[in-house]
Every structure is written in structure tokens, then in C-alpha cells.
Write a protein that binds this ligand. Structure first.
Ligand code: PLP
Length: 398
């Protein structure tokens, strides 16, 4: 009897499964809108110029590859703090934020989850309904009971804010609340500034633990505008977690560059929290890799490269917005009568199109247009060449 005889086949990742199906489809007009990746106007994954320049500099000044500190490159961690919290903010200058380099945003979430499990093993985790599919799996794997708070309101084409707030109000103290800082994945619907203030008030008064997932800073309204929500949390004077991902904003998916920041009450507290985060990291993968974080640190700390990055990120943001508008125009032109302005109210890479599973399956089967059965499409994968066919196919199935 083999050791592995009883091992069951795990279910396939639904999105990766969709990719496999897409790759196997012989239809020459096929379009992949299932991915969570930004493609440029030619349907290609971009290599940002700021990244290419920083890489070249790093290669030219090639250094031996020793181990990094457990919490990563110090200059990188500092640059992350500056970007997320503002370099001059009291929380940063006083040293009361513990920041560690992580393996992408996922790594930041997992370090935070493992630390929280040790801190408060009985706590529950609340994620939005729906959420990025890995949120539930990641916090479940870290040992938490995961439940959802209401978020998407299909009928209203927006957020069921009343129900969301009520669910938070009813949560026991210590509950960990995972929030998308901007560009909600999968729906594209974000809270308004006023709604954020109301959420923060409930989080504070109910003594809940906010965990902000920031995977798309700069894809909503702008780097500073999207970051404003973090400032509201700082102003509220509560302890909170922020995971950062540079996968999308630097188009550095495979380098696994991210971070976790924990905002504490004092420098002393942050030092103790940092020491615990380091234990989590040490016992998982010892210390992080060098290259991607060096690239990001170089870009963020070199004024000319930073300006170039901001320009390139703005270019991605503006192109996505243009695709949202063009999609609405083309759907109308293809005869869709329904008010589709909600597509332009959504932010970030995704749109909850409002299509149901049967319609999404028809899009795949009859037209080779691949989106998720939930109706989620990646607007960042649309371009001038494929958008006409996508709009026609969508119009045909609604
Ligand atoms: N959080 C959200 C909401 C995401 O959409 C993603 C990526 O799709 C991540 C985290 C993970 O980012 P990373 O690839 O940097 O781990």
C-alpha cells in the first residue's frame, strides 16, 4: 500500500482551469478575460520602462547574493512605508509601523494571518461577499473560521452598504475584517469616502481588527487618491494591518514582491510585533528573495524612475478606464438597451458584468470569450482589437 494511496485529487483552481481551457480552444478569435492581469493595448503583458531601467542598473552593478534579513531589504521596507502611509506621517517617523517584505500580496496576507492566529486563536475572519477567492482559502488554511459580510448587491449594481455595516456592527470584538483598500476584486465596486468613514467608525467602536488588502494601488483614481483610505485609518487611531502587492502596479507578477505592514500604538509595540512577524517568516521560508524588491526599491527611491513609474501606472489606469467607456459604447451600439453606466462606475481591473453563469458559458462555448462564471471579466485584458468582438458576443447572450 503506497503512502499516498488515499490522497484525493484536489479541485482545480477555477481561474487557472479556465486558462487551460482557453489555451486548448482552437478558435482564432478567442479572448481571455478570465485572468487578473493587466495587458497593454496590444494584448501583451507589459515590462514597465522604469522596471527595465532599474533592472539594467542592478545587473550592471551586480552584487553577490547573500541572504537578506528575515524582514527583507531595509530600504525596500522603508519605501513601502513611505508609499502606503506617507514618509512624513507621524506613524512612520515615530517608528510605530512594523513592515516586512513579503512574497507578493499573498505572502503579506499569509504572514499577517499566521501572526494573528498566534495572537488571537479564537478570532473569526470576515471577508466580503464575494471576495478574491484566495482570501477564504488563505485564512482558512491559517486556522481561522471564515465568514462573509454582505457586499455586492446585484439588483442595485453596487454595494449593499446597509447590510455590510450591520454585519460589522454584529461582529464580536476581535473579529478580523478583510477589506479591499481599492479596486475591489471581483466586483469593481469600491466604498465612497463617506462610507469608508462609517466603516472605520464601526471597526473602531466594535474593536474589530481591520486587515486592508491593497493589491491595486494606483489603478482606481491615482496613487495618492487610492491611498487616502489608509490615511483615514491612521486618523482614526486604531491598530490595523495592510498587505501590499506590487504584482500589478509594477507588472512584476512572477517576482513575488509585496509587503505586510502592522500599524501599532508605539515604537516599542511595533518592535515586539516585528519580532513575531520574523518568527512567522523564519519558520516558513526563512527570508525573502532579493531581485524584485531591489527593482521596486530602486524605482521608488530614484526620483526620475519614480516619476516614470507614476506615469506608466497612470497610463495603465487611463487605458482601463477608456476600455470601460468603449465597452459601454460598443454594447449600446450592438443593441443592448439596459443602462450599463455601472461598468464605468467600477474601478480597477475587473467588472462584474451582471451576466449569469449560463451567459458566461455561452460566451465561452459560442464565441471563445473566456470570463469567470460569476460574470467577472478582466477589463484590463480588453483592447481596440478585441473589444468589438467581445461587445457583440455579450450583446448576443444578454
Ligand atoms: N489580493 C487581491 C485582492 C488580489 O486580487 C490579488 C491578486 O490577484 C492578490 C491579493 C495577490 O497578489 P499577489 O499576486 O501579489 O500575491
Amino acid at each position: 500500500q503506497s503512502l499516498f494511496a488515499a490522497v484525493e485529487m484536489a479541485p482545480r483552481d477555477p481561474i487557472l482551469g479556465l486558462n487551460e481551457q482557453f489555451n486548448a480552444d482552437p478558435n482564432p478569435a478567442k479572448v481571455n478575460l478570465g485572468v487578473g492581469v493587466y495587458y497593454d493595448e496590444n494584448g501583451k503583458l507589459p515590462l514597465l520602462k522604469c522596471v527595465a531601467t532599474a533592472e539594467k542598473q542592478l545587473v550592471e552593478a551586480a552584487k553577490p547574493r547573500g541572504y537578506l534579513p528575515i524582514d527583507g531589504i531595509a530600504v525596500y521596507d522603508k519605501a513601502v512605508q513611505g508609499l502606503v502611509f506617507g514618509a512624513a506621517h507621524e506613524a512612520v517617523t515615530s517608528g510605530r509601523i512594523a513592515t516586512v517584505q513579503g512574497l507578493g500580496g499573498t505572502g503579506g496576507l499569509k504572514i499577517g494571518a499566521d501572526f494573528l492566529k498566534r495572537l488571537n486563536p479564537a478570532a473569526k475572519v470576515l471577508i466580503s461577499d464575494p471576495s478574491w477567492e484566495n482570501h477564504r482559502a488563505l485564512f482558512t488554511n491559517a486556522g481561522f473560521a471564515v465568514e462573509a459580510y454582505p457586499y455586492y448587491d446585484a439588483a442595485a449594481r453596487g454595494i449593499d452598504f446597509v447590510a455590510m455595516l450591520a454585519a460589522l456592527q454584529a461582529a464580536p470584538a476581535g473579529t478580523i475584517v478583510v477589506l479591499h483598500a481599492c479596486c475591489h476584486n471581483p466586483t469593481g465596486y469600491d466604498l465612497s469616502p463617506v462610507q469608508w468613514l462609517q466603516v472605520i467608525e464601526v471597526l473602531k467602536s466594535r474593536q474589530l481588527v481591520p486587515f486592508l488588502d491593497m493589491a491595486y494601488q494606483g489603478f482606481g483614481q491615482g496613487i495618492a487618491e487610492d491611498g487616502a483610505v489608509i490615511e483615514r485609518f491612521l486618523e482614526a487611531g486604531i491598530d490595523f494591518f495592510v498587505s501590499t502587492s506590487f504584482s500589478k502596479s509594477f507588472s512584476l507578477y512572477g517576482e513575488r514582491v509585496g509587503a505586510l505592514s502592522v500599524v501599532c500604538e508605539s515604537k516599542d509595540e511595533a518592535a515586539r510585533v516585528l519580532s513575531q512577524l520574523k518568527i512567522v517568516i523564519r519558520t516558513n521560508y526563512s527570508n525573502p528573495p532579493t531581485f524584485g524588491a531591489q527593482v521596486v526599491a530602486t524605482v521608488l527611491t530614484t526620483p526620475a524612475l519614480r516619476a516614470l513609474w507614476e506615469e506608466e501606472l497612470a497610463g495603465m489606469r487611463v487605458r482601463i478606464k477608456a476600455m470601460r467607456e468603449l465597452l459601454v459604447t460598443k454594447l449600446k451600439a450592438a443593441g443592448v438597451k439596459e443602462d450599463l453606466s455601472f461598468i464605468t462606475r467600477q474601478q480597477g481591473m475587473f467588472s462584474y458584468s451582471g451576466l449569469n453563469a449560463a451567459q458566461m458559458q455561452r460566451l465561452r462555448g459560442e464565441f471563445g470569450i473566456y470570463g469567470v462564471d460569476s460574470g467577472r471579466i478582466c477589463v484590463a485584458a480588453l483592447n481596440e482589437h478585441n473589444i468589438g468582438a467581445v461587445a457583440k458576443a455579450m450583446a448576443a447572450v444578454v
